[in-house]
Design a protein around this ligand. Sequence first.
Ligand code: BES
Ligand code: MN
Ligand code: ZN
Length: 511
Amino acid sequence: MPASPAGRLEVSFASLKGKRQEVVGLVVGQGPEFAGLAEELDQSCDGGLSRAAKTAQFEGKAKSIVDVLAPSGLKEKRVLLIGGGEVAKSSEDDWINCGGAAMGKLLGTKSASASLVVETGAEGELADHDIAAAMALGAFLRSYRFDKYKTKKDDDGDKGSKAKELTTLVIHCAEPKKAEKAYQRLQAIGDGVVLARDLVNEPANELGPEEFAKRAQELEKIGVEVEVLDQKELKKLKMGSLLAVSQGSSRPARVVVMSWNGGKKSEAPVALIGKGVVFDTGGISIKPAAGMEAMKGDMGGAAAVVGAMCAIAGRKAKANVVGLIGCVENMPSGDATRPGDIVKSMSGQTIEVLNTDAEGRLVLADVLWYAQERFKPKMLVDCATLTGAIMIALGKNYAGLFSNDDDLADSILEASKATGEKTWRMPLDKAFHKMIDSKNADVKNLGGRWGGACTAAAFIERFVKDKDTPWAHIDLAGTAMDAERNDINPSWGSGWGVRLLDQLVADKYEG
Ligand code: BES
Ligand code: MN
Ligand code: ZN
């Protein structure tokens, strides 16, 4: 498992009779319905819990929480009633979010450990042990922090207090062994999300193309084959488009190829491709100073791909998946590409670079081409923080989805529903292609004022070798970084896309 300093919450499962920590969260279904252990505890404190619920008008609605301090007659210092919502109707993602909400409250108790009791009496698709596992993932994701560069840990500004950090969570349910088993898959996904967040949050001085490649190489520990192509090899492969982006930087480019062979030997792989611009200054077409620091996250697509490979390998997916990322830095310098330069991509197509800040498509063009030449994948998905325009169109809650294949697009939309990582389909059209025809070369990297996300997608489409290969492009500029914090994401780098890609592989290419 890749070492992650941030994913430090220790989750374990215990029986309902197991020893409870001093802080206990009780999952209570809508009604509210006190059952089993919750009912017992309520009786032990003379109805104190149900009285507290009533006083707070707690109805067990999803994610509503009542904090009962020092209930008399109980050993527990604190009992939290955690609304489980309509148990029969709740999906895995609902429970993941419920676990995140519970964890948010538990973190606030400043206790080092806590118990969570899952006894809903669920009889639907999800049994209590599945619910326990899902809540564990939500709690794990919520507990994430990126504070490795803080030499003094501050506890919510309360400098004087010696408040502890919640590091141990015990989840109690009827069949803890089954919960443990169910959690194996989810823990792999959690590790992937946390890895992606770490990569996005890491500042660019620490994470150059080479360091990024090294981080991806750590996936070898979980059985992923990893190959790193250096500058010399990229030149030999004639990746003139990708290299045009990195040539202004003193840090050379890398392309990382990750393979997970969990499927049949003869089966063509699924290819996941990521934009890994470790920092995007805009190059000679330099960006304004204000907010430029956010461009340390311009490798969010590559991070999603690395995170997804971590999840897929971690849960030993029965599918062949290759992940390819182009890692470069976009800098202005005496060696940098100029507006007006014409470069030759690996595909042979020439590109007029009218704006050096439209660099992501230049990186993807070569990596996408290489992926097809080398692996002949049965389908391609690329992920990129490609345009500001997609944020203008869709805001920060939806990523843009472009695809030449309705079936693939529908599968991604389905995966979005299951994971809550929302995508919205956007158009590909001849009209956008017309906007990127160049007078001086085969194509230009700028489409004009309107439809910026769509002309960017059209540009990438030109590098789909065989028009019959299902391909999708996901523009996650709005969702990968500084998206709205929520019950399962407290982080600037969200790790968005890991769950979506993993779900897509699970739904469409396994079993
Ligand atoms: N990395 C940016 C897109 C971006 C902007 C991502 C803000 C996340 C937040 C990309 O390389 C870029 O600069 N795109 C330009 C394209 C334009 C020059 C055609 C843009 O969107 O302004
Ligand atoms: Mn740019
Ligand atoms: Zn960029």
